[in-house]
Design a protein around this ligand. Structure first.
Ligand code: FE2
Length: 156
């Protein structure tokens, strides 16, 4: 089994760490901006996502120190669209989660057949993030439709 290219792996892990930390801030911020009848379950869902992003940040940071390197103190990009519209909030989340998913895919490409543990970690995170994106997509669909939110018009 060839060795991992540590510098490249660390660079991606640091980007993952920063992007997950941005997720903690983004979900927490959005959780303050939910008003109306659906407030209670949506606030609680957003705060669960913040907790999950923090857990993912911990996992990435632990991998960085496991590999003997120094974790970044930076944070990923944060956009403030000043919206209280749930659809916009969810779409922004989906875009940000897509970025994170891309980073986990980059990690998988770097560690595949080189480190069983890192490969397991990357695959597990890809599965978790894909299921998360699927869940958000369902929340973005109009009740009564089945097609994914990207396939509007394919509704039955
Ligand atoms: Fe995550």
């Amino acid at each position: 089994m060839p060795d991992i290219e540590k510098d490249k792996v660390i660079a991606v892990l640091n980007q993952i760490l920063e992007s997950e930390l941005a997720g903690v801030v983004r979900y927490t911020h959005h959780s303050f901006l939910v008003f109306g009848f659906g407030r209670i379950p949506i606030v609680s869902w957003l705060r669960q996502q913040a907790d999950e992003s923090l857990l993912h940040a911990h996992q990435a940071g632990e991998w960085i120190t496991t590999l003997g390197e120094y974790p970044s103190l930076g944070i990923g990009a944060l956009l403030d669209s000043h919206t209280t519209d749930i659809t916009t909030i969810l779409r922004e989340s989906l875009t940000a989660e897509d970025v994170a998913l891309g980073l986990y895919r980059d990690l998988l490409a770097l560690v595949k057949d080189r480190s069983v543990a890192l490969e397991e970690y990357a695959r597990q995170m890809i599965a978790v993030e894909e299921m998360h994106a699927g869940e958000v997509d369902k929340m973005l669909r109009k009740p009564g439709t089945v097609g994914t939110s990207g396939e509007r018009g394919a509704a039955h």
